[in-house]
Design a protein around this ligand. Structure first.
Ligand code: T3D
Length: 262
């Protein structure tokens, strides 16, 4: 364990656990630096074929540790732009761009940057008791860590605005019904189900998954023509992969495929 982050690697699955349960896994700078380093390692490590992120204890992550943000009278205000530039934004970028699937198991409350880092994941499952809270407005801040990007795209402007302005808790069930996350599952089943999904992804054609991720994430900023061109280019590459040959062979031979991720 280092600085509130636990990491294990098993059969291609890298499990990252946010581990400051007495503070609902709120991030200190040190913990966030470790999280970033761990994400970068997972992105670069060829043994890692999928990532699963969860939280220890009853919360997923309560965002920035506000103990580190109290300002005594006469002291200068902290530079939150520096914090985003150097710690939160790199985490979002690495999750979004790493060429392997990132599953997030939201085990409890996800607030502030904790909520938006979860939403950066490729496939988000939440325990039924979990809640998503855009806490920023309650303390005079703006949703960060991609919140103003992900929320309108996932749930539309009206709901994004309501969540951001009111800072009300959204239940896991509503988050799933609104299309904010992939699904809500019973609390006792969350880790089992999220691990099963992440394991099946880790055993899949992960080079193809990387291309799927690239295409879906590019679509919001592309015209149809640009997206069709991107699909053509990615499919050309996918068609040359060993996993594609193996997938076709396994289908024709009526057997389970053995994907290698290349
Ligand atoms: O600053 C920058 O670098 C810019 C980036 C900012 C990104 C952000 O994330 S800003 C938003 C920061 N987060 C929040 O504003 C959320 C604050 N927390 C809460 O509103 C509530 O704790 C929750 C709604 C998340 C959960 O409520 P509840 O009632 O289930 O738990 P609790 O009793 O409030 O919290 C349990 C403990 O965790 C408690 O400590 P205690 O009293 O047992 O000693 C509480 O103080 C602590 N805790 C929870 N969140 C934080 C925290 N301590 C420090 N920082 C927190 N964010």
């Amino acid at each position: 364990m280092t600085s509130g982050i636990l990491v294990t690697l098993d059969e291609g699955l890298c499990l990252i656990t946010l581990n400051r349960p007495d503070r609902l896994n709120a991030f200190t700078s040190d913990m966030l630096n470790r999280f970033n380093a761990t994400l970068a390692d997972a992105a670069a490590d060829e043994r890692v074929r999928a990532v699963l992120i969860t939280g220890a204890g009853r919360g997923f992550c309560a965002g920035q540790d506000l103990n580190d943000r109290s300002v005594a009278p006469g002291e200068g205000a902290p530079d939150l732009g520096e914090s985003l530039e150097n710690r939160y934004n790199p985490a979002v970028r690495t999750i979004r761009t790493m060429p392997k699937p990132v599953v997030v198991a939201v085990n409890g409350v996800a607030a502030g940057a904790g909520a938006n880092l979860a939403l950066a994941g490729d496939l988000v499952l939440a325990a039924r008791s979990a809640k998503f809270i855009q806490s920023f407005a309650k303390i005079g801040l703006v949703p960060d860590s991609g919140g103003t990007y992900f929320l309108p795209r996932l749930v539309g402007t009206a709901r994004a605005m309501g969540l951001a302005l009111l800072g009300d808790a959204l239940s896991a069930e509503d988050a799933a019904n609104w299309g904010l996350i992939w699904g809500a599952v019973d609390d006792d089943d969350l880790i089992t189900e999220a691990t099963a999904v992440a394991r099946s992804l880790a055993a899949g054609p992960t080079a193809g998954f990387a291309k799927i991720k690239q295409a879906i994430n590019a679509s919001g900023g592309n015209t149809l023509d640009e997206q069709l061109d991107l699909e053509r280019d990615l499919q050309r590459l996918a068609g040359r992969s060993r996993d594609y040959s193996e997938g076709v062979a396994a289908f024709l031979e009526k057997r389970a495929p053995r994907f290698e991720g290349r």
